[in-house]
Design a protein around this ligand. Structure first.
Ligand SMILES: O=P(O)(O)OC[C@H]1O[C@H](OP(=O)(O)OP(=O)(O)O)[C@H](O)[C@@H]1O
Ligand SMILES: [Mg+2]
Length: 152
């Protein structure tokens, strides 16, 4: 990926809250299915903002850092998705989203970020990100020392 898009915790929370507003009224939802692990973070915000306490997971892995491998489903919530919000942090190639759609055809599938290849596969998202850009999520980052400009 040629570009990077760094996300801070407060920006992430702001975007996830915007997503929550679009999911009103909360009474239409039985609960949330978080696409673990990335989807756990927006799921916590949605659960808090919408007052939903039923939170399930679908545990799926495809990337080893930035290299995409075979999709592996390690655990799945036992439902067709009716009345559930399925949430992931982002959609990139759309491979994960395709699998999730098959598993939960009746759910509303939302993400915080979407790249063009994956955007048509989700029902809603908040922020558009170019395909050539790697999203650095706040849970993958830490504070670090930056040398003074004059010493570079
Ligand atoms: O649209 P795609 O190209 O399929 O990529 C999107 C998926 O990739 C990342 O998850 P990852 O598989 O890295 O696992 P993680 O959530 O446990 O970090 C991200 O959280 C999405 O779930
Ligand atoms: Mg993920």
């Amino acid at each position: 990926m040629s570009e990077k898009y760094v996300v801070t915790w407060d920006m992430f929370q702001m975007h996830a809250r915007k997503l929550a507003e679009r999911l009103l009224p909360a009474s239409q939802w039985k609960g949330i299915i978080a696409v673990s692990r990335g989807g756990l973070f927006p799921a916590a915000v949605l659960a808090r903002e919408l007052g939903l306490r039923h939170v399930e997971t679908v545990c799926i892995a495809s990337y080893d850092h930035d290299q995409q491998g075979e999709l592996r489903v390690l655990h799945a919530a036992d439902t067709d998705g009716e009345g559930f919000i399925v949430v992931d942090d982002l959609v990139d190639t759309g491979n994960t989203a395709k699998e999730i759609r098959k598993m939960y055809p009746k759910a509303k599938f939302v993400t915080v970020f979407a790249k063009p290849a994956g955007a048509p596969l989700v029902d809603d998202y908040v922020i558009d990100i170019p395909q050539n850009t790697w999203i650095e999520q706040p849970w993958d980052l830490g504070l670090g020392f930056v040398p003074p400009i004059a010493r570079k």
